[in-house]
Write a protein that binds this ligand. Structure first.
Ligand SMILES: [Zn+2]
Length: 343
């Protein structure tokens, strides 16, 4: 075995240096990313993978993932283990966790220190420009009578979608298709307590917000709402054109090109009475002038109830939504210019 290995490696290296494509780092071979169809990697996001992940993440073992509590600590360890298994690096040197200290929460709230989880794929040619893909890792914990709020849709669905999207990008990297811009996979804590984790990140950004080209935020993408009981092809988009019309156009283009989903803009207004634009983590980016898209399925009877369980999730629909987000992210990470801010 050993005798054969060495000459083979030498030969392989010779071929690469002599006539192969450029090398980036380690053993990575860089290929022309404009020549690959991103659908090849979008297809690696499957209903069954999402289901396997969510049945763990929204299980009773995670005790409803209340910020600062033992179930939330299990959740962040689960996320860290996933990224380690898939060899996706932490965004902070040697550490997947960004600690949100107890002092950051409302005085007297009793909320304990908690963690955001940050994984990172470095860009090839524009590594200093960062695309954020976010979701919140926490939920509302255990009810007074001891019943676990599993939070499968809110926001287990967004969490496992981010994991699958990260995995799809990492598969492309392995094949030589590293995105041009860097991608930060940001799992924020404290959302249910008042968007704390995303506010902490935007006040203590690991990468300058001025270099952050957009935030694609995913919060509740596994169910159907009252307005779409029979629509297996919809998703609400909120905020996509508020700061950058170009971001909205990219999102529409990718949908038209690949998936033809029904993009519903019913809630896409800052003065909508539901105020969804202000109610999830993208808002902390938007208020700092980072363009955002919020992906959302609307509300349903199980919202913030112990009945928000993984058996009620519509996995094929959720996979389609995650593919749309992946394809939009792919384009944003690789197109010539970052989305311009509206004048
Ligand atoms: Zn949520």
């Amino acid at each position: 075995m050993k005798k054969i290995l060495l000459p083979t490696l030498v030969l392989a290296t010779f071929v690469l240096v002599k006539c192969g494509p450029q090398k980036n780092s380690d053993d990575e071979v860089m290929k022309d990313i404009s020549k690959v169809d991103p659908m090849k990697y979008a297809e690696t996001i499957t209903a069954s993978d999402l289901k396997d992940l969510l049945y763990v993440y929204a299980s009773d073992e995670f005790e409803g993932r209340e910020t600062g509590e033992p179930g939330q600590k299990k959740a962040v360890e689960f996320l860290k283990a996933f990224y380690e298994d898939h060899k996706i690096q932490p965004a902070i040197e040697g550490n997947y966790f960004q600690t949100v200290p107890e002092s950051f929460f409302r005085p007297g709230s009793g909320i304990k220190a908690s963690e955001n989880v940050l994984a990172f794929i470095k860009g090839s040619t524009k590594p200093d420009e960062i695309l954020v893909i976010s979701s919140h890792l926490d939920h509302i914990g255990i009810t007074d009578d001891g019943v676990v709020n599993n939070g499968a849709d809110d926001d287990g669905s967004g969490t496992v979608s981010v994991l699958e999207i990260a995995q799809a990008f990492q598969k492309a990297v392995k094949d030589g298709y590293r995105p041009k811009r860097s991608i930060l996979f940001l799992h924020v804590t404290g959302e249910e307590k008042g968007l704390y984790g995303s506010r902490y990140y935007t006040e203590n950004p690991v990468f300058p917000l001025a270099n952050t080209i957009a935030d694609l935020n995913i919060d509740m993408v596994g169910r159907k709402d009252y307005d779409h009981p029979n629509d297996d092809n919809y998703i609400y988009l909120i905020g996509s054109s508020m700061l950058s019309t170009e971001l909205h156009d990219v999102s529409e283009e990718m949908n038209n090109k690949y998936l033809n989903m029904n993009l519903d803009y019913k809630y896409d207004a800052p003065d909508d009475p539901n105020r969804f634009y202000y109610r999830s983590d993208h808002y902390n980016f938007a208020k700092n002038n980072v363009p955002v898209i919020f992906y959302f399925n609307g509300v349903h009877d199980d919202y913030h109830k112990p009945t928000d369980t993984p058996d009620k999730i519509e996995y094929p629909l959720m996979a389609k939504r995650a593919k749309l987000i992946f394809l939009t992210a792919w384009e944003l990470a690789n197109r010539e210019n970052r989305p311009a801010l509206n004048q």
